[in-house]
Write a protein that binds this ligand. Structure first.
Ligand code: ATP
Length: 483
C-alpha cells in the first residue's frame, strides 16, 4: 500500500524540505513546470545514476549517447509526431478549463463503477475503445460526452465546445532569420535522438546486433491535463534505452526486458506490492508498437504508468530510411544477411520515478509516543546518506565529528550538523531520508573511543568503534531492505 493518502502530502513535504519547487514561484508559478531544490537534485541525480549504471555498466552491449534537444524538423515527420502526436481536447465554456476528452470519459466510467453501475460502465468503455471507428475520433468522443451528459468536473457545467486535436509539441523559432515555417520542435521524447544516431554508432563503436543505446535527457510536451505535480509536466526528463535486435528474436528480447525492468524498480527499493504490469490491449497500442506494457506504480492518484516497454518493430528505422534517403539496415557478417533491426524500447520518466521513490519511502509514524515523518529511501539514492553530529558544541567533540565527516565525504553524501537537540537533528534528517547518523559524545573522547550509529528505519542505535564507522555504513548500505 502507498503510505500517502494524497499527492498534496508529498507536494508539501517536497516543498518544505527543498526537494521540488514550482517553477518561477515568485511570479505566481508556471503551470506543470518544476524546479528541483538541493535535496531533490541529489535524489534525482542518484536515480539517474542508478539507471545509467544498470544499463551501461552492467550490459557490455549497451552504449550511451547524449543527443541535442533540437533536431531536424523532418525527424518528427518521420516519427509520426507532426501528424499524430495529438490529444483530443474539449473546453468547458463556462470555466474556460480544458480537458482531455478521453480522460474525462475514463473518469466518468470510474465513477459509474464506484456507483455500482457496472453494465453502463462497460457499455461506455466499449464505445471509448472503439472511438474513431464510427465517425472521426474527435466526433466519437464528443458524442459519448454529449449522450451521457458528462459534466465538467470543476464547474459542474454541461456546456462544451467541440472536441479538437491538440498537438503536444512545442515549436520555436530557430536562427536569427527564422520564420514560422522553418521553426524547430523541442523534442517530445528522447528516443528519436537514438534512432538518428544508430548509423553513427554502428559505424564507429564496434557494436553488433543485439545491442542497445541508452540516453537520459529533457523532453517537452504541451500537456493538456497538467495538475498532477511532477507526474505530468510540460518539461520533464526521460531515461530511454533502445535495444536493436534481429527480427524474429524481438519477442524474446521483449520478455527479457520486461523482467529486467521490473527487477530494477525493486532494486531501487520500491516495494513489490506497489508495482505491477499493465499490458496494453491491442486497441490501445501506439501506431509504432507491436506489443506494449506499462510498469505501473500505486500512486496516491491510483495505479499509473511509470515506464513503458515497447516492441517498436522496425517502424522507426524504416521511417527514417524513407525520410532521410539513407540506408539504415544492418549487415550480419556471420550469417551473411541484411535486415533492418527491430527495436525493444524501455522508456521511463525520471521525474515520475522520483515521485514514485518519494511516495514509496514516505511514512508518518508514531514510535514510543513520538510522531515522526520519515523517508525510507534506499540508502544508495538518499540525498544525504550520513549525518555526523557532535552531541554538543564543544571543541573536542566538534573536532572528532569533523574528522569523521572528512573521512566519509569521499564516498558518501555527508551532512555535519551541530544545531538543536539530537532529537531534532534526527527528525530533520529522517525527513530528508538520511539512513545513518553518527553521534560523537563525551564517552567517545573520554572513555571508549566509540560513537553512536543510529539507523533511520527502525531508529535502533549501536555503539561502534570510531575506526569502524566507514565499515558499518558500508555494511548498512549493503544489507538494507525496504520495510
Ligand atoms: P502518459 O500516458 O502518462 O501520458 P505516455 O504513454 O505518453 O504517458 P511515453 O510516451 O511512453 O508516455 O513516455 C515514457 C515515460 O515518460 C512515461 O512512462 C512517463 O514516465 C514519462 N512521461 C511521459 N510524459 C510525461 C510528462 N508529461 N511528465 C512527466 N513524465 C512523463
Amino acid at each position: 500500500m502507498s503510505n500517502v493518502d494524497s499527492l498534496d502530502t508529498i507536494v508539501s513535504l517536497a516543498k518544505s524540505r527543498g526537494f521540488i519547487f514550482q517553477s518561477s514561484e515568485i511570479y505566481g508559478g508556471l503551470s506543470a513546470v518544476y524546479d528541483y531544490g538541493p535535496l531533490g537534485v541529489e535524489l534525482k541525480r542518484n536515480i539517474r545514476n542508478a539507471w545509467w549504471k544498470d544499463m551501461t555498466q552492467r550490459h557490455e552491449n549497451i552504449v550511451g549517447v547524449d543527443a541535442a534537444v533540437f533536431m531536424h524538423p523532418k525527424v518528427w515527420e518521420a516519427s509520426g509526431h507532426v501528424g499524430g502526436f495529438n490529444d483530443p481536447m474539449i473546453d468547458d465554456k463556462q470555466s474556460k478549463k480544458r480537458y482531455r476528452a478521453d480522460m474525462l470519459i475514463e473518469e466518468y466510467i470510474l465513477q459509474l463503477e464506484k456507483d455500482g453501475k457496472k453494465e453502463k460502465a462497460d457499455e461506455i468503455q466499449k464505445l471509448l475503445v472503439t472511438s474513431g471507428t464510427r465517425k472521426s475520433l474527435t466526433e466519437d468522443l464528443y458524442d459519448i460526452i454529449i449522450e451521457n451528459e458528462i459534466k465538467a468536473p470543476d464547474s459542474g457545467a454541461f456546456d462544451w465546445t467541440e472536441v479538437r486535436q491538440f498537438n503536444l509539441m512545442f515549436k520555436t523559432a530557430f536562427g536569427a532569420t527564422s520564420s514560422e515555417d522553418d521553426g524547430v520542435y523541442l523534442r517530445p521524447e528522447t528516443a528519436q535522438g537514438i534512432f538518428v544516431n544508430y548509423k553513427n554508432i554502428l559505424d564507429t563503436c564496434r557494436v553488433s546486433v543485439p545491442f542497445g543505446v541508452a540516453q537520459t535527457g529533457k523532453a517537452f510536451r504541451n500537456e493538456v491535463v497538467a495538475r498532477q505535480f511532477v507526474f505530468r509536466m510540460r518539461e520533464f526528463e526521460q531515461m530511454e534505452m533502445q535495444y536493436f535486435v534481429e527480427p524474429g528474436t524481438d519477442s524474446n528480447a521483449y520478455t527479457t526486458w520486461k523482467k529486467k525492468r521490473l527487477s530494477w524498480h525493486k532494486s531501487i527499493g520500491i516495494r513489490e506490492e506497489n508495482l505491477r504490469f499493465s499490458d496494453h490491449s491491442k486497441d490501445k497500442l501506439a501506431h509504432y508498437a507491436l506489443a506494449a506494457v506499462d510498469v505501473q506504480y500505486k500512486f496516491p492518484i491510483g495505479w499509473q504508468e511509470v515506464e513503458g516497454i515497447h516492441n517498436r518493430s522496425d517502424f522507426d528505422l524504416t521511417q527514417h530510411q524513407k525520410f532521410s534517403g539513407k540506408k539504415l539496415d544492418y549487415f550480419d557478417q556471420k550469417n551473411n544477411k541484411r535486415y533492418v533491426p527491430y527495436v525493444i524500447e524501455t522508456s521511463i520518466g525520471l521525474d515520475r520515478c522520483t515521485l514514485m521513490v518519494l511516495c514509496d519511502a514516505y511514512r508518518k509514524e508514531e514510535v514510543n509516543g513520538e510522531k515522526r515523518t520519515v523517508l525510507k529511501i534506499h540508502p544508495e539514492l538518499a540525498p544525504i546518506q550520513v549525518g555526523v553530529f557532535p552531541l554538543v558544541k564543544k571543541p573536542g567533540l566538534q573536532e572528532l565529528a569533523r574528522k569523521i565527516e572528512a573521512e566519509l565525504i569521499e564516498d558518501y553524501a555527508v551532512r555535519y550538523d551541530e544545531t538543536g537537540s539530537i532529537g531534532k537533528r534526527y527528525r530533520r534528517l529522517d525527513e530528508a531520508g538520511t539512513p545513518f547518523c553518527i553521534t560523537v559524545d563525551f564517552d567517545t573522547i573520554e572513555t571508549d573511543n566509540k560513537v553512536t550509529i543510529r539507523h533511520r528505519d527502525d531508529m535502533s542505535q549501536q555503539r561502534i568503534p570510531v575506526d569502524r564507522v566507514a565499515y558499518a555504513i558500508k555494511e548498512g548500505m549493503e544489507d538494507w531492505k525496504p520495510s
